[in-house]
Unconditional design. Structure first.
Length: 248
C-alpha cells in the first residue's frame, strides 16, 4: 500500500512540474509574462521552465522505482501553479491594473495634435525646435533626464500621453499627472510615473482617463527638491497605450 501511494504521489508531483513548465512556456511565447515581470527576467523564466521539465522527467522515471520518498505537497504545488500562472495564460489581467482601462472607451484620438507620438525614436528631445515628445520607448529615461537637468529645458514644449493620476501627494486643485505604470522588477513594485501638470481653470479630469497633453515645461518643487512641471496648454482624449514602462 505504501509503495502504491508513493508512486501516485510521485506521478502527481512530476505532472505538476510539467504543467508548471508548460504554463511558463506559454507566458514566454505569448509575452504575457510582461504583465508580471520586466523583460530582463525573461531568461530566468526560460531557465525555470527547463528546470521544471527536468524535475518532471526525473520524477516520472524514479516513480517506477521501489524506493521513493513520499511527497505530500504534490497537490498543493499543482494548485499553486494553476492559481499563480494559469490566469495569465488564459488572458485574465490582474485586477489591480484594470483601473487604467476603466475610462478607455475607444473614442480617444489615435494621433493627438496630428502626431504619432509612439513612433518617435530616441529620447524625444528636439533642441532645434525646443520640443519634447514622450512615449513608451523614452518615458523613463527622458523624464529622468528632465529631472536631472531641469533648468536646461525650461520653456520647451512637451507632448505626452498617459492616464490621469492623482497619486502625487503634492498636487493641488485639479492638477494631475499623465502617467504610465513603471515596473522596476515585477508586478509588486509598479506605480504611476509621469510629469506633474498644472491645470488652468476648473476642469477636473476623472482618474485613469487617457489623455494627450501639450504644455510648457517649467520648474516645480517637490518637498524641497526641484522637478519638471508642465503648464498645460491643450488636452485631448487619447487612446489607451498598452504595456508598461521600464527603467532602461
Amino acid at each position: 500500500m505504501r509503495r502504491s501511494f508513493s508512486g501516485r504521489a510521485s506521478i502527481a508531483e512530476s505532472a505538476a512540474f510539467l504543467i508548471l513548465a508548460g504554463l511558463d512556456i506559454c507566458l514566454l511565447v505569448t509575452q504575457r509574462y510582461m504583465a508580471f515581470v520586466t523583460p530582463l527576467l525573461m531568461p530566468v523564466l526560460g531557465f525555470m521552465a527547463v528546470v521544471f521539465i527536468l524535475w518532471g522527467i526525473v520524477g516520472l522515471r524514479q516513480s517506477i522505482s521501489s524506493y521513493r520518498r513520499v511527497y505530500t505537497n504534490a497537490a498543493g504545488l499543482f494548485i499553486a501553479a494553476l492559481l499563480l500562472v494559469g490566469p495569465a495564460v488564459f488572458g485574465i489581467v490582474p485586477v489591480v491594473f484594470q483601473a487604467a482601462a476603466q475610462h478607455d472607451d475607444g473614442e480617444g484620438e489615435a494621433r493627438p495634435f496630428g502626431m504619432d507620438l509612439e513612433s518617435v525614436d530616441g529620447d524625444g528631445i528636439d533642441t532645434a525646435h525646443k520640443r519634447i515628445i514622450l512615449n513608451t520607448k523614452n518615458w523613463y529615461k527622458t523624464i529622468f533626464k528632465l529631472t536631472k537637468h531641469n533648468e536646461e529645458y525650461v520653456g520647451y514644449e512637451v507632448y505626452m500621453t498617459g492616464f490621469v493620476s492623482y497619486h502625487d501627494d503634492s498636487l493641488n486643485g485639479n492638477d494631475f499627472t499623465p502617467s504610465r505604470y513603471l515596473m522596476l522588477c515585477c508586478v509588486n513594485d509598479m506605480s504611476p510615473f509621469g510629469i506633474a501638470c498644472r491645470v488652468q481653470g476648473d476642469t477636473h479630469y476623472p482618474e485613469f482617463t487617457w489623455l494627450a497633453v501639450k504644455g510648457k515645461l517649467e520648474t516645480g518643487d517637490y518637498h524641497g527638491m526641484a522637478r519638471p512641471v508642465l503648464v498645460v496648454e491643450d488636452v485631448r482624449r487619447a487612446r489607451k497605450v498598452d504595456g508598461y514602462v521600464y527603467p532602461y
